[in-house]
Design a protein around this ligand. Structure first.
Ligand code: ZN
Length: 249
């Protein structure tokens, strides 16, 4: 695409200051901080009205995203599914991990942030997942760039809930949800968020082959996870300094 300074049939002026002297063209567009205006210097009046349409000399465009995210390595994703499966089977609890790109070692790193997963106590002994709150890790190495998060929906379907979309709005990058964790392979839902816009992506664009088998995960991952029930003491949402916590459900 070339920058084109040739004049349009109807010129477009850019308003950069309140002191700008009005152009003298009979008809012109004025691009301002709040609107595109169609303006006229008519013998009987001078007018500016919100432009009813954009200049017809321009070609149409649409929101788009060409994803160039690092692929999620198969072994890391299978470990993450092992972690999610454990949390679901043992606690009926959701969980979340973050992925960072290590620009020195040129590899993806899995980060398990400190998190509190809420479950309903359940009347018959088995609860169900409510959501998970997590604290975005501070003091990561400077050459690690977090580009994705992955959270589980336990045995429920994988999709971006309202809470997920709200939390992700200002987090550009990949947002992956793993659902139906009892199945092999589980259901995977992938969206990318850039400047507040959401783009659905096929799982295959970011996931290397899934071997169809979840694997063991490092035991220390569980040290950063706690599970709280909504019944009894009200612990959800309750972690200290909760204003710095982010939430998924
Ligand atoms: Zn969710």
């Amino acid at each position: 695409m070339q920058r084109d300074d040739l004049p349009l049939i109807t010129p477009i002026y850019i308003k950069k200051s309140m002191a700008m002297r009005p152009p003298t063209d009979p008809v012109y567009y004025l691009l301002t901080s709040n609107c595109l205006y169609l303006c006229r210097n008519h013998p009987h009046y001078q007018s500016c009205v919100p432009a009813p349409r954009w200049p017809t000399e321009l070609a149409p465009h649409a929101a788009s995203l060409a994803a160039r995210f690092p692929p999620i390595p198969q072994d890391q994703f299978e470990r993450i599914c092992g972690f999610f499966g454990h949390m679901s089977e043992e606690h009926r609890a959701e969980a979340i991990v973050l992925l960072a790109w290590d620009s020195i070692d040129q590899m993806v790193r899995t980060i398990v942030p400190q998190q509190v997963s809420a479950v309903s106590g359940g009347n018959w002994g088995r609860g169900y997942p409510i959501g998970v709150k997590y604290r975005f890790p501070q003091n990561l190495p400077k050459h690690w760039t977090v580009f994705s998060d992955i959270h589980s929906h336990c045995t429920m379907a994988a999709y971006a809930s309202q809470t997920d979309q709200h939390d992700e709005e200002h987090s550009p990058g990949l947002h992956v949800v793993v659902g139906h964790i009892q199945r092999e392979p589980p259901q995977v839902h992938v969206e990318a968020v850039v400047d507040g816009a959401r783009f659905r992506l096929p799982a295959s664009t970011v996931l290397a082959d899934y071997g169809g088998r979840r694997t063991d995960f490092p035991a220390e991952w569980l040290e950063r996870v706690s599970v709280e029930t909504l019944d009894g003491t009200p612990v959800w949402p309750a972690p200290a300094g909760q204003d710095t916590w982010k939430a998924r459900e």
